[in-house]
Design a protein around this ligand. Sequence first.
Ligand code: K7E
Ligand code: CUA
Length: 653
Amino acid sequence: MMGRNAKLTLGALALAAATGAVFACQGTGGGGSDAASRVYVPPGEYDEFYAFMSGGFSGNLTVHGLPSGRLLKTVPVFSQFAENGWGYNEETKDMLMTSHGFVPWDDAHHPELSMTDGVPDGRWIFINGNNTPRVARIDLTTFETTEILEIPNSAGNHGSPFITPDSKYLVATTRFSVPVPQADMPISEYRGNFKGMLSFIRADRPGEMDVAFQILVPGYDYDLAHAGKGPSDGWMFFTSYNSEEAHTLLEINASQKDKDFIAAVNFLRAEECVANGTARQMDARYAHNHLNEAHIAESEILESVTVLEPSDCDGLVYFLPTPKSPHGVDVDPTGQYIVAGGKLATVIPVHSFERMQQAIEDEAFEEVVDGIPVLEYEAVIAGEVENPGLGPLHTEFDGRGYAYTTAFISSEIVKWELGTWQVVDRIPVYYSVGHLMIPGGDSAEPWGKYLVALNKITKDRYLPTGPELAHSAQLIDISGDKMRLLLDFPTMGEPHYAQAIPAEIIMDRQLQFFAIEENANPYAVTSEADTRVERDGRNVHVYMTAIRTHFAPDNIEGIQVGDTVYFHVTNLEQDWDVPHGFAVIGANNAELLVMPGQTRTLKWVPQRVGVFPFYCTDFCSALHQEMQGYVRVSPQGSDVPLRWGTGELTQAD
Ligand code: K7E
Ligand code: CUA
């Protein structure tokens, strides 16, 4: 034991030494004696904020309460999720279809709330899938993924899904430049042949997400984005690195230049160029999936996309030189300042939107790259924050004139003042912080009370759990002059970004159940009298209902080995928080979890003869354990008739 503790401590010290984290001033503890009461939410009371955390390589989104950090829900997005059958049941499988077929996993980084007038409005939250480029819409009345759009001509959809102040567009960038269109060619011919793509997706029409247009850009790595607001509304800012256009050992080869670029895109100009016919249609294959009126996934493959080239549409894109291999790009609440997080930079560069406009007017260009003017650094810079910590990545704002930047290498949050560019406070975090989040902190009106640090490495912060340790968020009070650490709480997957919003904006819009009379699933039955079993060749459809505390039918005979059985279960309840589950032995997919008023379908292929039970998986009432049934499976070709019922069995005609 001694040996291991000693090792842990040494490990922590080594990390601190390597990262330069300042342990001494605060130890590794919390921020004073009343920290506990600041995060304590008494039994029966609600948290003040909903926080939506990206699940990283889990492909999911998790919902936590703040300030408690309590986990309220996991919303499956790009992954199959056995808990509720998402991506396993017949109604939702098609949500995970892509041009590569069924892809039940992705790497989700950035939740982004919809906005009205630059302020999060609680209608939807969007999130990106990095690996097989996709963006998803989650409806915040049901906390369910309702739409997924694949992004063509993209690879590594990282800079996404950052949204415009009116939610008209969200963006998607290609982190990895690739041949456009895709082609079989030597990797060594990267330069000039591999391209980046900046995609604008129409986001404000549920069920109709659509790539409005794409912009073809040089073959750099496009990393992150944020929309302008106020005076800079109409512009979108994208970071890029690897302006060296390296295709191997990027750690060295993409770190050669002192500056890379922020691409400033005037998307109102893009709309004009599309309208006057400057864009071209390009063949592409990408999937659009959404839950239709019947709450069933529909998937279609789209075959063309609108592409603009900067050289054909002047005034569309400008490059802002930015040190050095920038990662995050964040726009302050006034829309005047564009803050970059240069991973390898020694300062935080802040560009001025006003100066950028002037530089464009003055044509203060260093050069023109592929039709894109590069503005002079000195002409656009508003200021540089000195001594910002090592490895600045991401910045959010409190709405009171201060910005907060994460420093990955030195494991700290640095608070600085807009306008004077002076660092006014700093606090260590544990450890290796990536994103940070202030509720509304990337919007026009932040709720600047708390800050959440989203840490990559936890080392000694939690009870050890084998080779992989918990990922972690840390809640920091930013209401005073000095930041104060209040709470550590573990998170799911690897959290990258997060968003939060006052609870009252969302809690009153919750759907409590689906109205049974509006159930449009073709296999729904809305009364027990209509429950039945129908054979269609080797397929058998069970039209089943669930209500406290029985299934109808609960006895089924006449199924044969070699049949494919579809259990279509309609939950007849019309009451909040009364799902029923459905599970049957040998099912090689998942259970069903059926919300009140909803129909969900489990496919079951019985492998052997016998009498097999099924049961409700969700403890729905005192007699939940009685909520069960049997299905009899006979040999193929058996003359056992198809019969079903509760009690006396009915026979098919
Ligand atoms: Cu910095 Cu994917 Cu936004 Cu992680 S990313 S930290
Ligand atoms: Cu229905 Cu338990």
